[in-house]
Design a protein around this ligand. Structure first.
Ligand code: SF4
Ligand code: SF4
Length: 412
């Protein structure tokens, strides 16, 4: 039987309240009986771009899920992700930059970089095998928490694509690209999260996953079948599902049939958006064509090419041509505190709506906020620039340069 639910929410408190009610009402059969059962939360921490850009899973949603689990007494909860190869290769901890480790510390739970996990072997196309993190297969409850965004190679990235973060290290992630759509399907047949909670609060349209623009969509989707949820997300975004290559592949393999298509077409959705399509550019579009990609990969995976890519100039050229989606800035944020400029503050309440740990902002700025996880959501969202950082933005400076016009004052 198909299950699919959606919630409309835009504030931290709405997310917590409405998701909590839905999970208890319709998904409590998934809760393990033992309080020390191993639970894995697998968000999308694709890059160091925070959730307000539309790139990664919203900390407010992760916090809500952690609270729901802790409320039921679970003690062995881990937030795990095997972040994207470029950051991994550059020794940048995305888990730390996105303050997921601070959030976990606030709740007394663990984080794990799945790139360093023990492994379980799975089958890919053409007799190739790949290794996924053991936690993604053996945990008693696995919660997949993708971000809804467009993707210049796959069409769209939701539940199915998010499982690429279960692959351990660059060696295994690269194997997916030997036959991207088919291997994403293979991954989803062998790694089976129990529940999928999609962050479509601030989605990404255009040239995702890292160069698109945020689109406020204020939805959370919940279900048990990644193929079905991804199919419904194409309807939500007004996409042809066949333009999403893993879905087209799943259909070709007979995993999505008329029942799926009928349910996805009929299921109730409150909102439908028209997402802008990715435009990878001429060079990236030519190279990433599935017919040519394997030849590019053969070159890209050589030590010499990896060395060239690690130099600043080559990295910038690759970024400009669209062949690389991310910029890998090594300077960390130096956080010495936040303060409120009371003359600028209009008491609009946005900082309160966006604080993942629900601090009573802006009033709390005048007291002790030592528990602040330093995510800077409040700083980025404040329409009046009334929140001031004592310290240095570091890598966040580039992100704010690119996204401030989309975020500040534009996210209601
Ligand atoms: S978002 Fe900015 S203006 Fe609005 S209440 Fe917070 S500090 Fe004040
Ligand atoms: S006060 Fe601001 S920086 Fe601190 S946790 Fe809340 S939103 Fe994040």
């Amino acid at each position: 039987m198909f299950t699919f639910d959606f919630i409309n929410a835009s504030t931290r408190r709405e997310i917590r309240e409405r998701l909590g009610a839905l999970i208890v009402d319709k998904y409590s059969d998934l809760f393990p009986s033992e309080p020390d059962a191993g639970i894995l939360i697998k968000p999308n921490l694709n890059s160091n771009m925070n959730a307000l850009t539309g790139n990664t899973t919203d900390l407010r949603l992760i916090a809500a899920v952690v609270e729901i689990l802790k409320e039921r007494g679970y003690k062995n909860i881990t937030i795990g992700e095997g972040t994207n190869s470029g950051f991994y290769r550059s020794n940048i901890s995305v888990i730390s930059r996105l303050r997921v480790d601070s959030l976990a510390g606030y709740y007394g739970i663990a984080t794990k970089d799945l790139n360093y996990s023990d492994t379980v072997e799975i089958d890919f196309e053409d007799g190739v095998t790949a290794e996924v993190a053991k936690e993604c297969v053996e945990s008693e409850l696995i919660i997949n928490m993708p971000k809804l965004k467009t993707h210049f190679e796959a069409g769209m990235s939701v539940c199915m694509k998010n499982l690429m973060g279960c692959l351990v290290g660059m060696k295994n992630k690269k194997k997916t690209h030997l036959s991207l759509a088919a291997n994403i399907v293979n991954l989803n047949r062998q790694v089976r999260p129990h529940i999928h909670i999609v962050d479509a609060l601030i989605s990404m349209e255009g040239t995702g996953p890292s160069r698109g623009t945020p689109l406020v969509t204020n939805n959370i989707f919940v279900g048990r079948d990644p193929f079905l949820i991804d199919l419904i997300c194409t309807r939500f975004a007004s996409y042809n599902y066949r333009d999403v290559t893993p879905l087209a592949e799943a259909e070709a393999k007979g995993l999505i049939g008329s029942e799926y298509l009928g349910f996805a077409e009929e299921v109730e959705l409150k909102d439908i958006y028209k997402f802008k399509k990715p435009d990878a550019g001429v060079i990236a579009g030519f190279i990433h064509n599935p017919k040519r990609q394997k030849y590019f990969l053969a070159i890209r995976n050589t030590p010499f090419f990896n060395y060239i890519c690690s130099t600043g100039i080559a990295g910038r050229i690759l970024f400009m041509t669209g062949l690389r989606q991310d910029v890998f800035i090594d300077k960390e944020t130096e956080f010495k505190g936040l303060s409120l400029n009371k003359e600028k503050c209009t008491d609009c309440g946005k900082c309160l709506d966006f604080c993942p740990i629900d601090l009573e902002l802006p009033g709390a700025f005048s007291g002790n906020i030592d528990c602040c996880i330093q995510c800077l959501y409040c700083y980025c969202i404040c329409p009046e620039n009334a929140i001031e950082l004592n310290g240095e933005l570091g890598f966040m400076e580039e992100q704010i340069r690119q996204y401030d016009k989309h975020v500040r004052g534009n996210i209601p």
